[in-house]
Design a protein around this ligand. Structure first.
Ligand code: GDP
Ligand code: IMO
Ligand code: MG
Length: 430
């Protein structure tokens, strides 16, 4: 058994899609286990770009089983639309290669309306959510009033559950001064697509157990990043799910021993979309350079991503929080041409040196990074496919990152293209 979990080690958008796609050639099953269509995972295969939100990144490879696990919140209309768009690119998607957990919770139009209304109530300090209803859907799940995929097979129960849910939310929406959502319209719209969704529904935990018994290789595809985790991230500026590696098991219905290797996807610098603390942010020409070179615009919302230097303190922390055994270092090529490159090695807080990001919102906003400066390189690393092609200063940078975060580089990515990837150690056989 050599299953691998791919986890974002920063604030998301580290290049998980590209790496999952690359690794999926070695896997049999690819499983999403948390988040929803707030995720935007980009794959580039021979110049063709795929932007996936809910579909696991293994979907583009024939012969692989893609699974949307119970830990994911699923907007059924968004899912059907995405299936359609990806099919139009020539990818085959049928219940043979896509399975949806029957116990996954649904995102309904009311969740999207609530997400928008709640952001407005946050006034000057919105979270900057993707406004896709993710938070409110997870709230309903925990409040035990959620609608699940399996409920679509029982119209009467479904109607009762929607009525109970809407009764609660419409009072809230009214209080916010927002338009209420029509209960029967939601029900009717759901009934229209119920069969289209139910054809993919199945008993995921059992299917995964069978795959495991058959010695199949499972790749768990994380969404977001560990610093957006509901418990361990920069709360409250986080998403509403656990994004750390521990979630891979419970979000798919397997025991914790199912994950043998945790691969942290790590950008060679740092980005963040939305509000919240970002100690190494460079709101200056350096940030502009990284944003432009790295094409740092949100895959889901098109928002400009905030950019800054690599924060080794944060990644060292997520290495521990996720049990990361190795990293895939991505977007090294974006640093090409810089005279010097900084790495954050520690923080100062109230005159004291600290080696981690504290939990307090006040402390997180007030830490000052301590940097060390490394020499940059003028040569291009873009598209490099072997370690030998890298300039000495780039090698030095990578080695220093490894040293500071306490984890080795297993994969190195040098462009968006699938094959522009250097393998140092295979996570499936490590
Ligand atoms: P994800 O959410 O972690 O899957 O990442 P996104 O797809 O949202 O954002 C990563 C962006 O960087 C995408 O546009 C990728 O095509 C691109 N990308 C991935 N790896 C590399 C790389 O090594 N170099 C460059 N220049 N771009 C990359
Ligand atoms: P991938 O999988 C980057 C951020 C949002 C916002 C916060 C909460 O592509 O890496 P939400 O809509 O989840 O309630 O928003 O989380 N966020 C992401 N940032 N990458 C993502 O996904 C993200 N998914 C959510 O910008 O700050
Ligand atoms: Mg993304």
């Amino acid at each position: 058994m050599s299953n691998v979990a791919v986890i974002g080690s920063q604030w998301g958008d580290e290049g998980k899609g590209k790496i999952v796609d690359w690794l999926s050639s070695r896997a049999d099953v690819v499983v999403r286990f948390q988040g929803g269509h707030n995720a935007g995972h980009t794959l580039v295969i021979d110049g063709v770009e795929y932007k996936l939100n809910l579909l696991p990144s293994g979907i583009v490879r024939p012969g692989k089983l893609s699974i949307i696990g119970n830990g994911v919140v699923v907007d059924p209309w968004a899912l059907l639309k995405e299936i359609q768009i990806v099919k139009e690119k020539g990818v085959k998607i049928t219940p043979e290669n896509l399975m949806l957990a029957e116990n996954a919770n649904l995102i309904l139009p009311v969740h999207r309306a609530l997400d928008q209304a709640l952001e407005i109530t946050r006034g000057n300090t919105p979270i900057g959510t993707t406004k896709r209803g993710i938070g409110p859907a997870y709230e309903d799940k925990v409040a035990r009033r959620g609608i699940r995929v399996c409920d679509l097979a029982h119209p009467d129960l479904l109607k009762d559950k929607i009525m109970a849910m809407m009764c609660h939310h419409n009072i809230l929406l009214k209080g916010f001064g927002a338009e209420p959502i029509d209960t029967m319209e939601t029900y009717n719209k759901l009934m229209e697509i119920a069969d289209d969704i139910l054809r993919y529904a199945g008993v995921v935990w059992k299917r995964l157990d069978e795959a495991r018994q058959d010695g199949k290789k499972i790749l768990f595809e994380g969404a977001q990043g560990a610093m957006l985790d509901i418990d361990h991230g920069t709360y409250p500026f986080v998403t509403s799910s656990n994004t750390v590696a521990g979630q891979a098991a419970s979000g798919s219905g397997m025991g914790p021993d199912a994950v043998k290797y945790v691969l942290g996807i790590t950008k060679a610098y740092t980005t963040r979309v939305g509000t919240g603390p970002f100690p190494t942010e460079q709101d200056n020409e350096v940030g502009a350079f990284l944003g432009e070179r790295g094409k740092e615009f949100g895959t889901v919302t098109g928002r400009k991503r905030r950019c800054g230097w690599f924060d080794a303190v944060l990644v060292r922390q997520t290495v521990k929080l996720c049990g990361i055994q190795g990293i895939a270092l991505t977007k090294l090529d974006v640093l090409d041409g810089l005279d010097e490159i900084k790495i954050c090695t520690g923080y100062e807080l109230d005159g004291k040196t600290i080696d981690h990001l504290p939990a307090s919102q006040i402390h997180q906003a007030n830490v000052t990074p301590t940097y060390e400066t490394l020499e940059g390189w003028k040569e291009s690393t873009r598209g490099a496919r072997s370690w030998a092609e890298l300039p000495a200063s780039a090698v030095k940078y990578v080695r220093r990152v490894e040293e500071l975060i306490g984890a080795p580089v297993a994969l190195l990515s040098t462009s968006p293209e699938r094959e522009d990837t250097i393998l140092m150690r295979d996570p499936f056989v490590d």
